[in-house]
Design a protein around this ligand. Structure first.
Ligand code: THU
Length: 189
């Protein structure tokens, strides 16, 4: 399916993606497969029916976000094996470095609820382009959730999915940590 997107000048800023009349009506086309770009997999509804709900949960979280310093709202939602969804938004501190990304908060909500098997994370933000997880989130997600699908939706309603391993190739993990010939501190596994 190919869909004609409105020109940039007609796209609106702020507000909900689902309500903004100047933004391509994503509610009608929650998942599109209209871009062919090397390395990107574009999901279709037939591949994973749970994606719209996951993206919608991330979108709802983004709308609740109130980042006082960056004013850049991010929403994330992570789906676990049972189909349960945990969502979160970014939270900022006046000590800027202590702010926390939506992705890690969503993950930690799931982990503290006792979850250990993860499927996919969806990320949406105020940016028109896709919002990929930051480096710290990639590392923590990879260690705690494994090689999950990362589903990003831009403000045109276009969804793209990537494997986390493709965003964090040759990751440092606990496997590397234990791959020592001789522990200088004499510790054992
Ligand atoms: N942020 C996220 O929540 N997720 C990302 O993937 C990138 C950045 C937040 C952190 C901070 O509150 C704001 O966006 C600006 O960096």
């Amino acid at each position: 399916m190919r869909v004609q997107l409105p020109p940039c000048s007609q796209r609106g800023h702020g507000g909900s993606l689902f309500e903004d009349p100047y933004v391509f009506n994503a509610a009608h086309y929650p998942i599109l497969d209209l871009i062919e770009t090397h390395g990107y997999i574009f999901s279709t509804m037939s591949i994973n029916k749970s994606v719209p709900a996951l993206v919608e949960a991330a979108e709802k979280a983004r709308e609740q976000s109130n980042p006082r310093f960056s004013h850049f709202r991010v929403g994330a939602a992570i789906e676990v094996e049972s189909g349960e969804i945990y969502s979160a938004f970014n939270i900022e501190s006046s000590s800027y470095g202590l702010s926390m990304c939506a992705e890690r908060i969503a993950l930690w909500k799931a982990v503290t609820a006792g979850e250990s098997k993860f499927r996919e994370i969806a990320i949406v933000s105020d940016a028109f382009d896709f919002c990929p997880p930051c480096g710290a989130c990639r590392q923590v997600l990879y260690e705690l959730a494994g090689d999950i699908d990362v589903c990003m939706r831009n403000r045109n309603g276009i969804v793209k999915k990537k494997k986390l391993s493709s965003l964090l190739p040759e990751a440092f993990t606990v496997k590397t940590l234990h791959d020592v010939q001789e522990d200088p501190f004499g510790r054992r596994d």
